[in-house]
Design a protein around this ligand. Sequence first.
Ligand code: ZN
Length: 301
Amino acid sequence: MPEFSQLLYETPVPRVARIVMNRPERRNAQGRTMTYELDAAIRHACHDDGVNVIILAGAGPHFSAGHDLDLSDNSMPDVQQSIGLWGQYTGPGWEGHYARERETYFDLTERWRNAPKPTIAEVQGACVAGGLMLAWACDLIVASDDARFRDTTIDMAIPGAEFFHHPIELGARKAKEFLFGGDWLTAQEAANCGMINRIVPRAELPAETIKLAERIAAKDRFALKLAKEAINAAQDAAGRRQALSTAFHLHQIGHLHNLLARDFMIAYESLDPAVRRMIEEHVRRQREGRIEGGPGDSVGK
Ligand code: ZN
């Protein structure tokens, strides 16, 4: 069993693994540490013969605030922990940034979406921007009645996060409204679009999710894996993967435009003042040459 500093790995009932993002004080923000711990936990569950279903949950009042803008834990991947072969994370210009974005937000999220065993996201409270990627990568979503969803990336002058499932989850017209407006989507609205499988009272969320997982986990493991593969293949045959790749590269154009127009890879004027101050300090130190990297190094929205 790998060791985790930002996750809990539980087996609440036989044949079910429950992975809990455990940074409630940071609203489970996903930095580099959590990203690679998530991958290690999912990998462990997939290779565990005693696990048939995987739950992804978040500790505390909210499921996920999205990608961590605390730059101290958002640096380039360690080659030793990297799952891909792209490499050159410290390359000049956009080379390193592209490699990082591709590995940590695109390839890893896609890898989790393709984890052979059924996965269930257990979502409460807020699920914002990069947090949507985690929920969407799961096969099923069980939400509490107070769950709410929002994509604020347009405010950061970026066209959605890196794993662009918006039209697949919401349909084109609702996805445009969701993205253009940046307004909250309630659990009920998300369910009406087909994005959520079921809504349960907040107090019953973990128990109801585990109950659903337990029911699925009692089925034949190999048949579950084949069924998941078949449905994922249907989505991919309809062009999902190609559309996602196009959106990812448009996202890269957004970053590059911001670098040219704003000297930083996202527009951060709209962010929480504390986060904004942290980024401004980071940029100032980079310009003074006190830390390595070009403007915007390490920020991965
Ligand atoms: Zn990005």
